[in-house]
Write a protein that binds this ligand. Structure first.
Ligand code: ADP
Ligand code: ZN
Length: 740
């Protein structure tokens, strides 16, 4: 990270000054250790943002409170160049960075970098000059039309920038100068950048139901204690969990502290924001990847200065510089979107608990379908648990039934069974909305040659190319490779011989167009709704009943509230069960339960049809009976004996290289030098399921230990035993969620 401009910073030190002090400075670079620098004169306290030389560069880092240890004599140390005029990083955040680095086996500087993601925010903004009107106005002034427009745009007490004023009043700068000469306008400093408006705590929220009220009281009490505590807030979809945790937010603000809400997909959260506004009368601060640089800078600084009372964000918000966090909410805590899989590999849900602990804050994990990890923590008493058993306002849970595809099969080449098609028709005839869910983008997941059987695959990845017919292309969903559909088979050269195999949402849309020609149809998938504005517009169209039939991927499973939606059809309920992922069953139940939870959320009862070839599978039985608890209990018993998480620990090593032989060699070396001992098991090396990804060959090893084994030291020693050449990368994934 290059140092930002330092006009406002204090120059320090002279060379060879006698009273130099040594300081440790951690730099936001992939380095494990902080570096020693020297400083003369005022010593910046730990947490200060300082500019230091590094080679020929200048880099901004943070003074770390640990003993200097380079062993270099004073005169060999380089001096700190400047101290920036930004709020120092709190000890809490510094300890959190150290902890995350140690837990994930990442360089501390790489974690620091996530906490310094907005270098521009470290610059103090010089206050800009503007104009205000003289009070009282000089007597005997002549106000022509231009001057009158200026005064109309500048109420008494307000300060406006000159350029803004010339624009709104449609006058030239000369008019303003003339008014200043005449004593009508006076120079004044513009206020610093806008604060985030404080939520209105006096505003009445909805009248909570009895279960909601009791839970909200308990959460308020916990937050008011100003100490760490983690709570699982569970309850069926639509039970009013959000309204309940809004009360916990209010309690944090009443205690004068800040609140952070993590949402898995902030881009899909327009309805959540509407509800926040309805409860608190203002917008919260937002944090996600699509903010403009200016908004990022303003938000980061406002958070650091305690001027952003509530912030809602994606997982990266966990590394923002809150000076006094009183509450962290992780909504939809079971979502895998909280796991960051690149760079510093961490799980934001788990790290939220850690940050809350360091901050003496409450942590609320919220879900209708909690992860087995969180359920287990609740059952063993590490987390408290509150449960809302019924839908708010007496709405009933949807009736879920199975369509056995072995008997009720769709017509050849189609994907909707007659039963499901009839249910959609009935629903639409009643003037209600229906949704078809299929967690697959595009038209078809596989294309093959009818003549020779050749399958079209990505040149960079172990993956089939997915046809996107509307966009007239084939696409790899792993690396983004795109190509035009071939006119001849690339293998046998047969002309026009390719056929799509299996459905994606586009293909279901095509089928729906023939089956329900009069229905107004909408596809909701990440590629058809690029960005928050499109998703918001889609949700509004559904709420306004401008849409009859929604066809969507997993983005329709998010917390949407569509009151007129009464039928959900799951086109392929078995889809997530394929593959040997440890959590495939758990995740399928969670996803389908969430999708089902979209139906019948208001006065009209909802129904859900699951199309499956395996209606006797425990996942399907759990969904139909609604016995989520029993299913999770069985899931736990299946994992316990083998010490699978959460009863044991996992860490994955992913070894990759552009050269297959190098990846293979290093993987074998890791295999040979694997740790051994009581309660330790190493699986692999083996080619990763995505054996080729973005042109890199990949091998995996999996370390599985009992819970009482500390995996980080074990991994640290293991990595030190293996020589890794430059072009080979070794990624460590502690508590892996994905196994590709
Ligand atoms: P969950 O988060 O458990 O899925 P929500 O908090 O989204 O449930 O609530 C479902 C619906 O019920 C929302 O439209 C919400 O505004 C409404 N709701 C919840 N609690 C109340 C209440 N006490 N009074 C009025 N409406 C409520
Ligand atoms: Zn690819």
């Amino acid at each position: 990270m290059e140092a930002p401009g330092r006009k406002q910073s204090l120059p320090l030190l002279e060379k060879d000054s006698p009273s130099a002090t040594r300081l440790r400075v951690l730099l936001p670079l992939p380095l494990a250790e902080a570096y020693d620098y020297r400083v003369t004169g005022d010593v910046p306290p730990p947490g200060s943002f300082v500019v230091v030389p590094l080679g020929k560069r200048q880099v901004t880092g943070v003074v770390w409170d640990e003993a200097a240890d380079s062993g270099l004599p004073d005169h060999r140390l380089r001096a700190i160049i400047a101290v920036l005029d930004a709020p120092a990083m709190t000890p809490t955040l510094r300890r959190f960075i150290d902890w995350v680095a140690a837990y994930t086996l990442s360089p501390r500087g790489a974690v620091l970098r996530m906490a310094m993601s907005v270098p521009a925010a470290l610059e103090a903004r010089p206050q800009r000059a503007g104009w205000r009107r003289a009070v009282p106005l000089p007597s005997e002034i002549r106000l022509n039309a231009a001057r009158q427009r200026v005064l109309a745009a500048l109420p008494e007490g307000a300060v406006a920038a000159g350029d803004a004023l010339t624009k709104t009043a449609a006058v030239s700068g000369a008019v303003l100068r003339g008014m200043a000469d005449a004593g009508i306008l006076q120079p004044a400093l513009l206020p610093p950048e806008e604060d985030f408006a404080p939520p209105d705590l006096a505003r009445p929220g909805p009248t909570l139901g009895e279960d909601q009220r009791v839970t909200a009281e308990a959460l308020r009490a916990l937050v008011a204690e100003r100490r760490y505590g983690s709570v699982l807030l569970s309850g069926v979809t639509g039970s009013g969990k959000t309204e309940v945790y809004f009360e916990a937010i209010a309690a944090a603000l009443q205690a004068g502290r800040q609140a952070l809400v993590l949402l898995p997909e902030i881009a899909l959260s327009a309805q959540w924001l509407d509800r926040f506004r309805a409860r608190f009368g203002v917008d919260p601060a937002l944090w996600h990847s699509e903010l403009s640089p200016r908004t990022r800078r303003i938000t980061w600084r406002a958070v650091a200065e305690g001027r952003a009372p509530v912030l809602v964000g994606a997982r990266s918000a966990l590394f923002l510089p809150f000076p006094d966090l009183g509450l962290i909410v992780v909504d939809e805590e079971h979502e895998t979107a909280f796991k960051q899989e690149e760079g510093v590999i961490y799980h934001a849900r788990d790290m939220a608990v850690v940050r809350a602990r360091f901050s003496q804050a409450a942590c609320l994990l919220v879900s209708a379908t909690p992860s087995l990890e969180t359920l287990t923590n609740a059952r063993t008493g590490r987390y408290a648990e509150f449960h809302l058993p019924a839908r708010h306002g007496g709405a009933s849970m949807p009736a879920i039934s199975l369509v056995d595809l072995r008997r009720e099969n769709p017509p050849r080449g189609q994907f909707l069974s007659p039963v499901l098609a009839a249910a959609v028709t009935e629903t639409l005839a009643r003037g209600e909305q229906a949704m078809l869910f299929l967690n697959r983008r595009g038209y078809a997941p596989l294309t093959l040659c009818r003549a020779c059987g050749h399958r079209l695959r990505c040149p960079n990845c172990t993956a089939w190319l997915v046809e996107h017919r509307a966009a007239r292309r084939l696409q790899c969903h792993h690396c983004g490779h795109v190509e035009a559909p071939p006119s001849h088979c690339p293998s046998c050269a047969a002309p026009h011989s390719t056929v799509p195999i299996g459905p994606g949402v586009e293909r279901v849309l095509e089928e729906a167009a023939t089956l329900f020609p009069d229905a107004r149809r909408l596809v909701m998938a990440s590629d058809t709704l690029p960005g928050p504005a499109a998703a918001t517009a889609a949700a509004e169209a559904i709420q306004k009943r401008e849409v009859d039939l929604i066809i969507g991927t997993q983005i329709v499973a998010k917390g949407w509230h569509f009151p007129y939606l009464t039928l959900v059809g799951v086109v392929d309920a078995d889809l997530g069960l394929a593959g040997g992922d440890l959590r495939a069953a758990e995740r399928t139940v969670q996803l389908l339960h969430q999708v089902a939870g979209r139906a019948g959320r208001a006065e009209h009862p909802g129904r859900v049809l699951l199309q499956s070839f395996a209606p006797d599978h425990p996942v399907m039985r759990a969904l139909v009976s609604g016995e989520f608890e029993a299913f999770m209990a069985a899931e736990a018993e299946a994992r316990r004996p083998g010490f699978w998480p959460p009863f044991g620990r996992l860490a994955a090593l992913i070894i990759s290289s552009p050269e297959e032989a190098a990846a293979e060699r290093v993987a074998r070396d890791f295999g040979r030098s694997a740790p051994m001992g009581e309660g330790i098991e190493v699986l692999g090396p083996a080619p990763a399921p995505l054996a080729l990804l973005r042109g890199r060959h990949r091998r995996r090893l999996l370390l599985k230990t009992r819970r009482d084994v500390a995996v980080q030291p074990l991994l640290g020693e293991w990595m030190a035993r293996v020589d890794v050449p430059g072009q080979v990368r070794v990624q460590v994934d502690i508590d892996p969620v994905g196994f590709l």
